[in-house]
Design a binder for this molecule. Structure first.
Ligand SMILES: [Mg+2]
Length: 247
């Protein structure tokens, strides 16, 4: 028997859950040289961000930046108090709500931020790039794509090679009772790579799109017609709280 009444909230992380880009933030806090190199790499190959960010982490390590400095920098990223209020308020009102994160940031950044805010248990699942500290150089953070090079490439043309966000969402939902197990699915996102999972949402679900960023512009250029879900635009975290309050 499928239990009805549950809601699922899917979050992108950078510029959606937090008010910044995690990769960019750490580099800006710690090293102008690494930040500049990252920018150049991004311009050249925007599809391969995990390896570009990994190269920037190597620059930080060469500059003598320590693990503690990196963790301190990432923990200080702006997470709007209203976003915390939005998710914690929803959890308190509807305790069976599930939260899933689909992000192109990495597991060490996201877990450090959630821990710093005492909300490590918020997400039931976290899909993001892999990261670990180099065992031979403890201050060097190694970042690798979510899909290891040995894995067969995904066939999605909308997503970057490191992860098909839509396929991961689909897989998680299948393993957690299927689409019918959730009364409503709301996806909070800002970037073009949030379109693939959003296009899978059903009539009555919510695509919660941050105003004036890449995804919003893409929808305005005509892609909105491809979404079955209702589009709810927001600019500040307080509006996410307001939308969640109507769930
Ligand atoms: Mg984003």
């Amino acid at each position: 028997m499928v239990l009805k009444g549950k809601n699922l909230i899917v979050f992108d992380f950078d510029w959606s859950f937090v008010d910044q880009d995690t990769d960019r933030w750490v580099l800006e806090v710690l090293s102008t040289k690494a930040r500049r190199g990252w920018q150049a790499g991004k311009k050249e190959a925007p599809c391969f961000m995990p390896s570009i960010t990994d190269a920037a982490m190597k620059v930080l390590w060469e500059e003598g930046i320590t693990k503690d400095q990196i963790l301190e920098a990432i923990a200080a990223i702006p997470l709007h108090p209203a976003m915390k209020r939005a998710v914690l308020g929803l959890k308190a009102r509807k305790p069976d709500t599930k939260f899933v994160c689909l992000s192109n940031s990495n597991q060490i950044y996201i877990n450090t931020i959630l821990e710093a805010h005492g909300i490590s248990d918020l997400f039931s699942a976290l899909f993001c790039n892999r990261a670990h500290w180099d065992p031979t150089h403890p201050d060097r953070l190694l970042i690798e794509p979510y899909l290891p090079p040995s894995a067969p490439p995904h066939a999605c043309t909308m997503c970057n090679p490191n992860m098909c966000k839509g396929a991961e969402l689909d897989g998680w939902i299948r393993e957690n009772g299927g689409w019918d197990a959730f009364d409503k699915i709301a996806h909070v996102g800002d970037g073009k790579n949030d379109f693939c999972p959003m296009v899978r949402l059903r009539t009555g679900d919510w695509a919660m799109v941050r105003k004036d960023l890449g995804l919003d512009l893409m929808l305005e250029e005509g892609k909105e017609a491809e979404l079955a879900a209702d589009v709810k635009r927001w600019e500040g975290a307080w509006e996410v709280d307001e939308i969640f309050q109507s769930l």
